[in-house]
Design a binder for this molecule. Structure first.
Ligand SMILES: [Zn+2]
Length: 132
């Protein structure tokens, strides 16, 4: 069966409606299901990508996202952008005994993603309606 790609405006309205109704949605897959149900309430066949939906929810200020991640064995190298919301990550440094500083972690100022010396990958998202 053919499916259609919804416009940004349609996705934004659907996310707003879903978040207004549920307040908290505790997985990205679940949010996608609810948003697609909303988009398809008139019998259409829309599908929305999880990443696109997440970025719209965050960037449009509809939802706050809490990120659960797990540590990998990979070294964190050259990470500057948040893998969750694309914000620029902030470095947090610690003083060493020799008076220098060392970058310990990168944290996102927008969502709750952070990574230490070893790269952390997001495994689960919890969306909470953003109060204005
Ligand atoms: Zn982020």
């Amino acid at each position: 069966m053919m499916y259609k790609i919804p416009k940004n405006d349609q996705v934004i309205i659907a996310i707003r409606d879903v978040m207004a109704r549920y307040k908290v949605v505790n997985s990205q897959k679940k949010l996608k299901e609810l948003v697609e149900r909303e988009l398809n309430s008139g019998g259409e066949n829309y599908q929305v990508g999880e990443r696109r939906m997440r970025l719209l929810a965050i960037k449009e200020g509809i939802a706050q996202v809490e990120v659960y991640s797990r540590e990998t064995e990979q070294q964190k190298t050259g990470i500057t952008k948040c893998p969750v919301c694309e914000s620029k990550l902030k470095k947090s440094r610690n003083q060493t005994v020799f008076g220098g500083t060392v970058t310990l972690a990168h944290t996102c100022p927008t969502c709750t993603y952070w990574t230490g010396m070893k790269r952390r990958v997001p495994v689960r998202y919890v969306f909470t309606i953003k109060r204005r």
